[in-house]
Design a protein around this ligand. Structure first.
Ligand code: ATP
Length: 751
């Protein structure tokens, strides 16, 4: 790897694009004061990522842009590009993952642009990149950001003036340990990021924890609900199957019982209606016959009354006839026949009254009896010596009256008439008696029929009651069927369609209602618990729980990974620090060998060396004063010199030339141990006398075996060692110009 070109455009005094080619190992830049030589050195600093504007003699980015002259306008930006030959592919990019990527370009170009507003751009082979990428890349070829390999004008003794800590950094840089520092920094940043990540992950987990716990409880509940659903399903299967058996059986029983009872009822109704028909027919016929006969009897009674009246009149006429003829006895008592007839008449009337139901008719009969009795008492006539109350005998009376009397005959005829009518009456009475006994018999038969009808009615009533009972049972069955259907719906809502699998449940046909009730109570208890637990939305909760716990597991795993990477980062940092420590100590030893060589060469003897010192540093903590102070140990570098023939050892006591020589000796020693790809020396030789200039030139040549050297000088000796000489002049337009010159011209230009 070597420097190829440097392109400067609009940078400081270089208005137009100016190219320096580094075809030789020693390139010398010469020119009068103020021509722009140091601007070339600063262009190199600039393109390699220098962040201190001050070190480039400016106060802001715009100071680096060509400001214009009388004849040239000012530039809008300053741009510098450096080209490296990378045919050996040494440029590498250190990745955050730890591996290095070799850049597969033959030429590496790095550009930096600055605009008037201070904006900077870094471009690597045509692609805009970050400054840290440039630093990363350059550190791989031992071009450190401390800039130890670019010695600006008047900075030859910079390393002598620097603090022991800054010296240590320069030495580390020169030893190529910056890459490790860079790695440590990267690891430190990564460690910080990882720690922050860990905090974030831990916070996330803490934030997640209550929700996760809540979901866990819900899932436990859901699992419990699932278990309950399983036992509920098995209870349901048994219950529903048995219930369906019971309901079907009950239904068919009720149907059979109902059909049977309905048949019986139809039969009974038929029988009752047939009994009703017979009754009506028998009743009306007998009654009518009886009524006719009773009417006849009443007619006969009237006739008998008429006959009796006739007989009474005849008796009266006979009595009068007898009194007229032979002073008839004072008392005429009716003959026994007459009295018997009267009694019989009264008896008949009474019997008629007995069977008569109509009160009005009975009263008529009683009036007739009264009339008969009045008539009988009116016929009794009182007479002298006859014993009152003794009845006259018709036969005896007939002895009194003449047998052929017309009246007597008439009386006889009427008696005969009476006898006849009585016979007729007797016949009718007999018929009536017979009819009554017939009616009684019929009534009895009717009564029996009535009883039979009553019995049927009772049975009808019984069957109707049974039918009502069946209706009640049907209603109950309907309700039970509804309950059954509702149970399937409710159970389905809690368990799902699987509830219908009860149909396949195997059970015996015996269904005990008590055990069914017990099953139902168990089902109800589980249902209440299940409703309390809430089985709904379980799958969503489960899904959410899985998601949240997966996330938590992921975070836990991430915590583990982060902890591991923190551990490995710490280990890496410790390793790197150890490596730096070892390499630093060894590097210092090697530098010391070269340092003392160069030193004695320069001074013709004497001794110089670097020593590593440990400095205690107190750092205040963020807490109260006096507390939280932290003591850190830092390594620094001290320079110890011993000039030949002189006792002076303090650096401060050295002359300007001695300081320059010591600095150059150290710089060259460092470059010898770990040669940088190039070294820029801006008038480092300014303070040297002729003899030392020669020694300086010798050392340059020695160094140029390993590093390219770009030297800005006014010194002829130094110029004489260069392969290429560039002369810088200021043109008539006020801008720096670059031209390739020969040594003699160079000496002339330099003056
Ligand atoms: P010496 O030999 O005295 O060290 P030199 O050749 O190193 O001189 P430089 O310091 O490189 O000279 O150049 C300084 C010149 O650059 C000054 O004349 C200054 O005016 C000019 N200069 C610096 N910045 C700008 C700028 N932004 N625009 C134009 N010219 C600038």
């Amino acid at each position: 790897m070597r420097l190829q070109n440097l392109e400067i455009n609009g940078f400081k005094s270089f208005s137009k694009k100016t190219t320096l080619e580094f075809q030789n190992s020693i390139i010398s830049i010469v020119g009068p004061n103020g021509s722009g030589k140091s601007n070339v050195v600063e262009a190199l600093r600039f393109v390699l990522g220098e962040q201190s504007i001050k070190s480039m003699r400016g106060s802001s980015g715009s100071d680096l842009i060509f400001k214009g002259s009388k004849t040239l306008p000012k530039s809008s930006r300053a741009s510098v590009t450096i080209y490296f030959d990378n045919s050996d592919k040494v440029f590498r990019l250190f990745q955050e993952g730890g591996e290095n990527i070799n850049l597969n370009y033959d030429t590496i170009s790095i550009s930096r642009e600055v605009y008037s507003d201070g904006l900077n751009k870094y471009i690597l082979n045509g692609t805009e990149v970050r400054l840290k990428d440039i630093n990363n890349l350059l550190s791989s070829v031992n071009i450190g950001s401390s800039g130890h390999h670019i010695i600006s004008q008047g900075e030859a003794d910079r390393i002598l003036n620097a603090s022991s800590k800054d010296r240590r950094e320069m030495v580390e840089d020169a030893l190529g340990l910056k890459i490790y520092q860079y790695k440590i920094k990267e690891a430190g940043r990564k460690l910080e990021r990882t720690n922050n990540n860990m905090k974030e992950v831990s916070l996330l987990r803490r934030e997640n924890a209550p929700h996760l716990n809540f979901l866990k409880k819900q899932v436990d509940k859901f699992e419990k609900a699932k278990e309950m659903q399983v036992s509920l399903l098995s209870l349901y299967k048994e219950y529903l199957k048995k219930e369906s058996i019971y309901l079907n059986r009950e239904k068919s029983n009720l149907f059979n019982e109902k059909s049977k009872i309905e048949g019986e009822l139809e039969n009974i109704k038929h029988k009752i209606s047939s009994i009703d028909g017979v009754n009506e027919r028998v009743e009306s016929e007998k009654e009518r016959e009886l009524k006719i006969l009773e009417e006849k009897i009443r007619g006969i009674r009237n006739i008998k009354s008429e006959i009796e009246r006739k007989l009474g009149r005849l008796e009266g006429m006979i009595e009068m006839e007898e009194r007229r003829s032979n002073k008839a006895p004072e008392v005429v008592i009716k003959n026994p026949e007459e009295i018997k007839a009267i009694f019989e008449e009264i008896t008949l009337e009474i019997e008629g009254a007995i069977i008569e139901e109509n009160i009005a008719e009975i009263k008529i009969i009683l009036l007739r009896i009264k009339e008969i009795l009045q008539k009988f008492s009116g016929n009794i006539i009182s007479s002298g010596p006859r014993i009152p109350g003794s009845l006259s005998q018709p036969d005896h009376e007939e002895n009194i009256f003449p047998e052929n009397s017309e009246l007597k005959n008439r009386q006889k005829e009427v008696f005969t008439e009476m006898e006849n009518i009585k016979d007729e009456e007797k016949n009718i009475f007999e018929k009536i008696e017979h009819l009554k006994s017939e009616i009684n018999k019929e009534n009895e038969a009717l009564h029996l029929k009535e009883k039979e009808k009553f019995d049927y009615r009772v049975k009808h009533q019984e069957f109707t009651s049974s039918l009502n009972l069946i209706s009640v049972r049907e209603e109950n069955l309907k309700r039970e069927e509804e309950t059954f259907e509702n149970e399937i719906k409710e159970g389905g809502a809690l368990i799902g369609a699987e509830i219908l699998s009860y149909k396949n449940f195997e059970t015996n046909e015996e269904v005990d209602r008590n055990s069914q009730e017990e099953l139902r109570r168990k089902i109800e208890r589980i249902k209440i618990k299940l409703e309390d637990v809430g089985s709904n939305g379980g799958s969503e909760i489960l899904k959410e729980f899985e998601e949240v716990s997966q996330r938590d597991n992921f975070l836990a795993k991430e915590m583990e990974d982060l902890a591991k990477s923190i551990e490995s980062l710490r280990a890496l940092m410790a390793d790197l620090k150890e490596k730096i420590d070892i390499e630093f100590k060894e590097g210092v030893k090697k530098i010391n060998v070269e340092f003392t060589n160069f030193f004695s060469l320069m001074f013709g003897g004497g001794h110089a060396e670097l020593s590593v010192v440990i400095e205690n540093k107190k750092r205040k903590g963020e807490e109260e004063e006096g507390e939280g102070e932290e003591i850190t140990f830092e390594q620094g570098i001290e320079i110890n010199v011993s000039l030949p023939h002189k006792k002076v050892k303090e650096l401060n006591a050295l002359s300007g030339g001695e300081r320059s020589l010591t600095s150059i000796a150290l710089l060259f020693a460092m470059s010898q141990v770990n040669p940088p790809p190039f070294l820029v020396l801006d008038e480092t030789d300014a303070a040297l006398d002729e003899a030392n200039s020669r020694k300086y030139g010798d050392m340059l040549e020695k160094l140029s075996h390993h590093s390219q050297l770009i030297v800005v000088t006014h010194n002829r000796e130094t110029m004489s060692r260069a392969g290429i000489l560039y002369g810088v002049t200021v043109g008539s337009d006020g801008a720096s110009k670059l031209l390739s010159v020969k040594l003699d011209d160079a000496v002339a230009i330099a003056k």
